[in-house]
Design a protein around this ligand. Structure first.
Ligand code: ZN
Ligand code: ZN
Length: 445
């Protein structure tokens, strides 16, 4: 759609107004009902040029956004007064899944707002790192489609069309755990059957990312890493054997050191040594021993997904790193996203479960002690504060006794003083005591 700059948009119909209201407040079914009204245009614009989809994206409403897209909403509508797109609104909302939804529906990453910032830069600016990572890691379908048609002298395409969706999904993964990658290969056997071609395409993508005008280290490292995992998996007797090898923990502490081996090898073999990202990761790896924290996987995840990732592994599956996993009932120290992961881990975990259970009790005890200590500290601080306050109160009382009528504790008098009112309006940052002190000081001195 051509970008045209209009200053005024046609007035919304009553139902369109209702639609926008419902997006902000109600759920998917109410929105669906109103969308079926005749006088509702899916891409109607409110007074600031925002479409219903942009409203849903801004509110982080996945269900509603999905429904609007189903009804044909334009994901790249750009009539907003500041040039914001649905992707920008989603990124600002801090909802990674809504951000991904926009991208999956063809949202352009390269669109910029009226001050020249794209969605990724806007998200980074407000600290929505998960959304930054989703956008950074998003690979567009059209870039892969290129390889599915024979080019030049080729008699067959570089990439069979049948494996394209699975490869696209792989490229859009942000979880770099090799077990998770291998689960994906298990789910889409085509990737393994066509592994030679798939890896060749990954190699080309890697090279393209590094040779582009704007080099994309993240995508280059990612594609190279995936190719390494696929080639290694292919060399194995079977995917099952490969995954078991990846999951196997060392005798010392159960740490899956084979994963470190794969990650370190992939980075060692990365062909573009000048890459800043590579150098950063290698430096970090050289400072840590296998099994220590951060692990090689932490470092890789952080490199690919940005600052906020890689170390926040509290509730991640111990096997595949998927988030929101459940605890092992016995030790409460291992986490699993499902039974498959738990079963895979058991041969290693059974050697450590009992010991970990003891550690857990120890940890909880320490946490409890720390909590109590903090509570006591807080209490002491509060007592001290109260003591100081009453001391000052006493002092002030003495001063007030001299001139009791000028001191009014309500805001009536303050509201007459413009300067003071502004200070009060700006929030709690200016303590009331200071304002009062100001009032006292000026007349008496
Ligand atoms: Zn898992
Ligand atoms: Zn356990």
């Amino acid at each position: 759609m051509a970008k045209e700059k209009t200053t005024k948009f046609p007035e919304l119909t009553a139902n369109e107004k209702l639609l926008i209201k419902l997006i902000n407040k109600a759920g998917r079914e109410e929105v669906r009902a109103i969308l079926q009204e005749k006088d509702v245009k899916i891409d109607c614009l409110d007074e600031s040029g925002m479409t219903p989809l942009q409203h849903a994206a801004f509110r982080g409403k996945y269900d509603v956004a999905e429904l609007l897209l189903l009804f044909g909403a334009d994901v790249n509508s750009s009539f907003h007064e500041n040039g914001y797109t649905a992707l920008m609104f989603a990124a600002l909302s801090g909802k990674p899944e809504v951000t991904r939804l926009m991208l999956q529906h063809g949202a352009r990453k390269d669109r910029t707002n009226s001050v020249g910032k794209n969605a990724c830069q806007m998200a980074a600016f407000v600290g929505q790192h998960q959304c930054v990572s989703v956008i950074n890691n998003y690979y567009d379908k059209s870039e892969l489609e290129y390889f599915t048609k024979p080019r030049g002298q080729e008699t067959e395409p570089k990439l069979p069309l049948t494996v394209m969706p699975a490869l696209l999904q792989l490229l859009n993964m942000s979880n770099m755990n090799p077990v998770k990658v291998s689960f994906h290969l298990q789910k889409f056997q085509g990737l393994m059957n066509e592994s030679y071609k798939v890896c060749k395409v990954l190699d080309i993508l890697c090279e393209k990312s590094m040779k582009a005008r704007d080099t994309d280290d993240v995508m280059a490292v990612k594609t190279h890493y995936f190719a390494t995992v696929i080639r290694k998996a292919k060399d194995s007797d079977s995917l099952d054997t490969w995954i078991k090898w990846l999951v196997k923990g060392r005798d010392l502490d159960g740490h899956p050191e084979n994963q470190d081996k794969i990650i370190r090898q992939a980075l060692k073999e990365f062909p573009y040594v000048e890459s800043q990202l590579l150098q950063n990761m290698v430096r970090q790896l050289s400072m840590t021993k296998v099994g220590d924290s951060p692990t090689s996987l932490n470092i890789l995840n952080q490199g690919i997904n940005g600052q906020k990732f890689g170390f926040d592994v509290e509730q991640d599956c111990s096997i595949c790193s998927e988030p929101d996993a459940k605890r092992c009932v016995k030790c409460k120290m291992a986490f699993y996203c499902n039974q498959t992961c738990q079963k895979l881990h058991w041969p290693t975990h059974k050697k450590f479960c009992a010991k970990l259970a003891e550690e857990y009790i120890q940890q909880e005890k320490m946490k409890e002690e720390n909590r109590k200590r903090e509570e006591e500290m807080k209490k002491l601080e509060e007592e001290e504060k109260a003591r100081k306050q009453s001391e000052e109160e006493g002092k002030r009382m003495k001063e007030e006794e001299k001139e009791p009528t000028t001191q009014d504790t309500t805001n009536k008098d303050i509201s007459e003083n413009v300067e003071t009112t502004t200070m009060k309006d700006s929030g709690d940052s200016v303590p009331e005591k200071e304002i009062k002190d100001l009032n006292i000081d000026t007349p008496s001195s």
